[in-house]
Ligand binder design. Sequence first.
Ligand SMILES: [Zn+2]
Length: 138
Amino acid sequence: MKVVTTIPSQSLTAEGGKDVNFIILVALAVVGFIVFLIGLFDLLLLIIGLVIIAVAAVYYIVAPKNTFNVGISAIGQNSRISITSSGSKAEGTQSQLIGILRMGGVGAGTGATRVCKNCHAMVTDQSATFCPTCGGKL
Ligand SMILES: [Zn+2]
């Protein structure tokens, strides 16, 4: 994945390579080439070989690109993080990133800020059981 555009603290778009299953691609190309070689002695096999190579080429051309976008917008005191992605590699990166965000306590899309019942202080730490301002139980 390569970062192609960056708007500081707002948006990040990463674009990876084409989402190609290389096993299918190589298998098609190899089978196509072998049939093509055999086909040097037989016109029908020659055409079939060329068709298989053409299918491999088309498969590579039409394969969707991996795109990955993270948008961060500040709304009041809460930050909203939106993540969109397409392609299998990008989706893998997305779930990794959501995991990192959850570990960091940022929370993807939840934005749960609690208010202390005792002193009405805003508590952003979702794992906290006691208010950091007054020490009361949340
Ligand atoms: Zn409190």
